[in-house]
Ligand binder design. Sequence first.
Ligand code: AMP
Ligand code: MG
Length: 350
Amino acid sequence: MRILTRGLPRGATVAIVALLVILAGCRSTSGPSTASEFLLGTIISVAVHDDLRDEAAIEAVFGRVAEIEARMSTSVEDYDTTELLEVNRAAGAGAVEVSADTFAVLEAALHYSRITDGAFDVTIWPLVTLWGIGTGRDAVPSPERLEVARAMVDHTRLSLDPATRGVGLATAGMGVDVGAIAKGYAADEAERILRAAGVEKALLDFGGNILVIGTRPDDSPWRIGVQRPDAERTQFIGIIHAVDQTVVTSGPYERFFEQDGVRYHHILDPATGYPAQSGLEQVTIIAGRSMDADALSTSVFIMGFERGLELVESLEAVEAIFVTADREVFLSSGVGERFTLTDESYRIVQ
Ligand code: AMP
Ligand code: MG
């Protein structure tokens, strides 16, 4: 699916999955060049806002994202085979050589698995596939099957050999899943392509993962609305002002199903095998690299406020906005003026 539009009406508000980009007040003479496509299981939108209208660069972005998807998808509904499906099928039987792309994403995912003590776990696939959230065959698994799958989740049994780009999983039944990080990698690649083409002002929306290049056309910071976790996509609790940054949100409302009145969402806690319940309703990460922000928003959502804050504060140039079910908003130490709360039913707790 490709939607190509030119010259978005002035003052239009673009609503997206988890974050809103507020374009009101954008003064652009003829509007941006924008294009959207369904990739990585979501809508990917690219809007180039400077005078340089490089349609070829926008095309190249979609080509690149499609390539990343074809390498790293673990969806048997969409692909007969991908590099990661091969890795998972070879689990217990030896290493599979993968592309530099896939290797880089697995290395980063393993890094986050380690620094989060396995709250983020790149070998989450047995649990993801058992729950099947978002596939239409979702149901609460039996405790026995959950226990079997949970025992298969262990990033210390994933081996990555940089010399051969070989990826091996120790036991049959294990599997890797990069759903929590691949969109970020793809957004970083898109940024690289656009900058190489000379683009200086652009807004990328990868299913709610936002990456901005430069400023808005009028040289002011981009305004990114943080979606209210409990409401429509068009309602937001506050605004992040961003220049040359990426903003990524994780929340239980993004993908879920309900059974017997209980909501089960797609961010799984490897410690329990169940959807993570850390007391947080939403986590937003502001960072320089989208792959980091993507991995961290998922990680911190699982780890909860205290452990999550400690992790964020230990990292350079990474900030976080935490929202609890009690409508309390906590900010990491460097968020400062970048965030403005606009919904008075929420309150910032210092
Ligand atoms: P995100 O939307 O970026 O927070 O990532 C959610 C996706 O990450 C899920 O749909 C799974 O594919 C994957 N995932 C779920 N739980 C975990 C986990 N504990 N560690 C790593 N990836 C996970
Ligand atoms: Mg993520």
